[in-house]
Ligand binder design. Structure first.
Ligand code: 9YT
Length: 128
């Protein structure tokens, strides 16, 4: 069994900051679980274009509030603590944080480590 303490991730290469968000990657591909688990802070006042064409992601908000706009139908989904959204259709979306939002994110397939979004809001397919 493995125990991971967020305090041991902060400040290491498993903490990735792209400006709009900082992602603390608790479990990665190397951990062999078949998914990755991240504790991510989305910074207040930001809007991020995201389109995970190569991944499925579930996002559980545990602090803060904001909204997700799905671009296929231009629906705006208010999100606050205790709500989860699941990008089960690889949904292209805009994530807007009204306050700082703390999210627990699960990715299938797992992220390898240092990924940041490319110009289309995509993480590359993992080729390891
Ligand atoms: C909620 C979300 O997708 N935020 C972008 C960062 C990503 N979840 C990550 O790498 O933790």
């Amino acid at each position: 069994m493995k125990v991971v303490d967020l305090n041991d991730i902060v400040g290491t290469d498993q903490e990735v900051d792209n400006g709009n968000w900082v992602s603390r990657r608790l479990l990665l591909k190397k951990d062999g679980m078949g998914y990755s688990v991240h504790d991510t802070i989305i910074r207040a006042g930001t809007e991020t274009h995201i389109w995970y064409q190569n991944h499925l992601e579930a996002v559980y908000c545990i602090e803060g509030e904001g909204e997700v706009e799905t671009l296929a139908d231009n629906k705006v989904h208010p999100i606050k603590a205790d709500m989860l959204y699941s990008l089960d259709q690889h949904d292209e979306h805009l994530l807007r944080a009204k306050t700082d939002m703390r999210m627990v994110c699960v990715f299938n397939p797992p992220i390898s480590g240092r990924e940041v979004h490319d110009e289309n809001g995509v993480y590359p397919v993992d080729v390891d």
